[in-house]
Design a binder for this molecule. Sequence first.
Ligand code: XMP
Length: 486
Amino acid sequence: MENFSFRGKLKNADIALTFHDVILSPGLAEVEPSEVDIRTRVSEHHPINIPFVSSPMDTVTEDQMAIALARQGGIGVIHRNCAVDEQVEMVKRVKRAEALIIRDVITVEPEQSIAEATELMKKHDISGLPVVEGGKLIGILTGRDVRFADPKLEVGALMTKQVVTAPEGVSIEEAKGVLHEHRIEKLPIVDAGGRLKGLITFKDILLRGEYPNAARDEEGKLLCAAAVSPFDLPRAKKLGEYIDMLVVDVSHFHNVRVFEAAKKILSEINADVIVGNIGTYKAAEDVITQLEGVAGLRVGVGSGSICTTAEMTKAGSPTLYAVTQVADALRNYGADIPIVADGGIRSPGDIAVALAAGASSAMMGNLFARCKEAPGALVSIGGRYYKQYRGMGSSSALAKRYSLDRYSIPSKGLPEGVEGWVPYKGEVSVVVQELAAGLRAAMGYAGAKNIRELWEKAKLVALTSVGAEEVKPHDILLPSERPAGT
Ligand code: XMP
């Protein structure tokens, strides 16, 4: 009971400053915003080109969002509020969206029917299938071959038998040359024995040119992460076969049972494992000293725009405050683990502040839920378009039950999130460009030419609540505030 006093609890209470409360102090700028480098890491082994991550929420990240965001250079975390097979299927769609060389090639055998081959093409949204027999490439069947064909015919009867191929190790430039010379769209890669080893497609080469900033793995596939409950090892293992990062997804990670469960996941999964959410120095310290192999930390408790956790329970750690707590613990222990700042981010300035506080990237639900690629429904309210957005602890999300264990046991009967609508903003690419431009400008003001410099150089200044109002537009009637009908 030493060092303990009830009065002390108030006297020594920390001030949990968060995004509303601070502003970046302008610093000497040595580079222009366009020269600012915003590349970062989201987990130990995965660099990304923009520090933006989309939340694992069922109105934010499914395959379409993950593909669109990875193409822009960020990464999406596929939500877990669905059956494991559905989640694995979404991950596979992201990993198959583009590749330098497709390794898990979808093939047909010569005795299969044209109907079956057409079905495969439709299911996987592809325009041609290598034909193999005993692993050896014997032909190729394209959309053109099957057009108007009798579906009962065998593939062997219609396939093109003279296939142009390339050996393992062919460069993309060489492959481009071959595709052009023969005016073909698919180039199977075969070994010396004629066995199919991969496939290069014209479409993938085009996409690579179209999205030069995309976040990719070493095979040129888009990076993909997925969320899993700490208590669902079988799902973690299944996802682990395909994904680059697994996010152990629970609202309060600093919990003895969760730590024990996470240990099992960490020991069985090869992919990078990000754990969270945490919000205190002590939680970070316990992760560093008790868990081996953590590759990323998701930080912030209760700041999400749809959160009612802190309101309901009076427990939480606002994201900005939480990030500084965790970042200092990491520094003091010399642990090189990237922090993802999660919850409450409304602007590129908030992202800059989160990074300045020690984060390596920012996770956003609200800002990405507004996009076309988010799964939430698009609705028209009062002549404006909105997208549905809901907390994973909201009643309707909990009703699907798969993410029930994200929240504490009492909350199973007690929602910890709300649902509603956010203004529709269009494509992810547009939102990302706005955020990236704003972030670069903020870093320019702070005088930092990359994120590491922002950690070291940026100064945060606290505002009073009156000051926080002054830094917004004021004393003007904005078009959005104009009374209806005027
Ligand atoms: P934003 O502010 O971007 O925050 O909307 C997204 C983050 O909020 C968390 N999250 C929740 N927190 N109840 C909560 O207390 C919920 O129902 C809920 N759903 C999501 C999550 O960390 C997400 O990334």
